[in-house]
Design a protein around this ligand. Structure first.
Ligand SMILES: [Zn+2]
Length: 439
């Protein structure tokens, strides 16, 4: 993700909303965050259930209770562990219903059990040692730290991940709701809150009930650096290429045996080595990536992912793969292959380009909250890309965390507060831009 070297890092020490006729607001985002990260919500890709781990509902129950404590009476968790709640409109205008979304689970890659968050107040530069683990967050490897001088940095004790991905998003949405409940004179439309389980294992959008949600547009709050917003993801296909040989007893195989493994090896070797791969591309370049190979003499199957920001490229990539597979089987008379393509997800820009205000309002909200907007693309997919194609256009807003899924995960308290400001401004902008008065 792009890092913006130009934004001010010193504007966020005073807990105060700029550009609001509210002198000061006592953020609750830090206290909420510290509560949420202590609850283990690791998801499990090998579990067939939803949520994949029952413990995610422990955090879900706490969030429902906290929403009720904020006066959000309809807050509920469904049987799948999804949380729905409404900040009702207090506006005189017809404001489109927007949804703010984040996920409750943490990555299966690193333990999220017994997270012991530590706050390093007033960071003055340098490496950050993590408890007694011997691990440090190295300044040289985390250039974003340079933008956080004077900030309060939350990190782990080096034994677990932190869970800023995406408990920062949860805490920020909760604090924005708390802000509006504490400032009922500020007009806003209806805001639907959606907290999902199992995002980290790619199932976060699976059981979202969009008609029940009843929102027109959405925002996931699951991005990284302060000021960033993403309105593009990869488009993604998967290809399975199966090579067929002929197996014969090797002692009597002359002129008859055709080894599918060798055909597959020839195919792999024919893929470009200096381009068209994850290890040789960046920015807006696409790639193909073989990531699994299974087989024997009779058959060998190679599974690849195809990735590009442009859908049209994917068809061309498949065409190129087919030509290479054809060349490989031609080198082994008697061999043949089949290729099977599966659509995985599509660039959310295809949907968002038809409702440009969704991104424009978010960019404006980031500016109003005192940051330089950094509009970018994700070399991957998000729940937002799936939600966009399910009918809820849904760009991704920053939550502020860094070094996701690892023991060196960290986040700045001031950046979380900036995210709360952004969400508050965003909700206000949707109201301001709505013209039509309620009949
Ligand atoms: Zn996330």
């Amino acid at each position: 993700m792009a890092i913006d070297l130009f934004f001010s890092t010193f504007s966020h020490h005073i807990p105060q909303f700029r550009g609001m006729n509210v002198p000061a607001y006592n953020y609750s985002v830090l206290e909420r965050f510290m509560r949420y990260v202590r609850i283990d919500t690791q998801s499990d890709p090998n579990s067939p259930t939803c949520p994949s781990t029952e413990k995610q509902k422990n955090l879900g129950r706490l969030l429902v209770q906290e929403l009720k404590d904020l006066g959000i009476g309809d807050a509920e968790m469904d049987e799948w562990g999804y949380i729905y709640a409404t900040l009702p409109s207090n506006s005189t205008r017809e404001v489109p219903v927007i949804c703010l979304c984040s996920h409750m689970d943490t990555s299966p890659e690193t333990s999220g059990k017994d997270v012991r968050p530590e706050i390093k107040r007033n960071y003055q530069g340098g490496d950050i040692p993590l408890g007694t683990s011997g691990i440090s967050i190295l300044e040289g490897e985390h250039p974003e730290l340079r933008h956080c001088l004077g900030h309060d940095i939350i990190c782990t004790d080096g034994t677990t991940l932190l869970g800023a991905d995406d408990k920062a998003g949860l805490a920020e949405i909760m604090d924005a709701i708390a802000f509006f409940q504490a400032n009922p004179h500020i007009p806003h439309g209806s805001v639907r809150i959606l907290f999902t389980p199992d995002e980290e294992i790619g199932r976060g959008a699976n059981k979202v009930n969009l008609s029940k949600l009843g929102a027109k547009y959405g925002y996931t709050v699951d991005g990284e650096s302060r000021g960033s917003i993403e309105d593009e993801t990869f488009s993604a296909d998967m290809a399975k290429i199966r090579f067929f040989g002929t197996n014969v007893h090797p002692g009597y195989a002359k002129g008859r045996l055709v080894n599918a493994l060798k055909v597959a090896g020839t195919f792999i070797d024919s893929l470009p080595k200096q381009e068209w791969s994850p290890e040789t591309t960046s920015g807006r370049q696409g790639f193909v990536h073989p990531y699994d190979m299974q087989g024997g003499v009779e058959t060998a199957t190679i599974t690849l992912i195809l990735r590009s920001f442009d859908d049209k490229d994917l068809a061309e990539y498949a065409h190129r793969l087919r030509a290479l597979a054809q060349a490989a089987v031609q080198a082994y008379p008697g061999a043949r292959f089949v290729i099977e393509l599966t659509e995985q997800y599509r660039n959310m820009k295809n949907v968002l380009k038809d409702c440009p205000e969704v991104v424009e309002f978010a960019v404006e909200a980031i500016s109003r909250a005192g940051m330089k907007p950094d509009l970018g693309s994700i070399r991957g997919g998000t729940d937002g890309s799936r939600l966009s194609f399910m009918g809820l256009p849904c760009p991704n807003l920053f939550a502020g965390g860094h070094s996701f899924h690892s023991k060196t995960e960290w986040i700045s308290v001031q950046d979380m507060q900036a995210a709360v400001d952004m969400l508050v401004e965003l909700v206000k902008i949707w109201d301001e831009k709505a013209q039509q008065e309620v009949a």
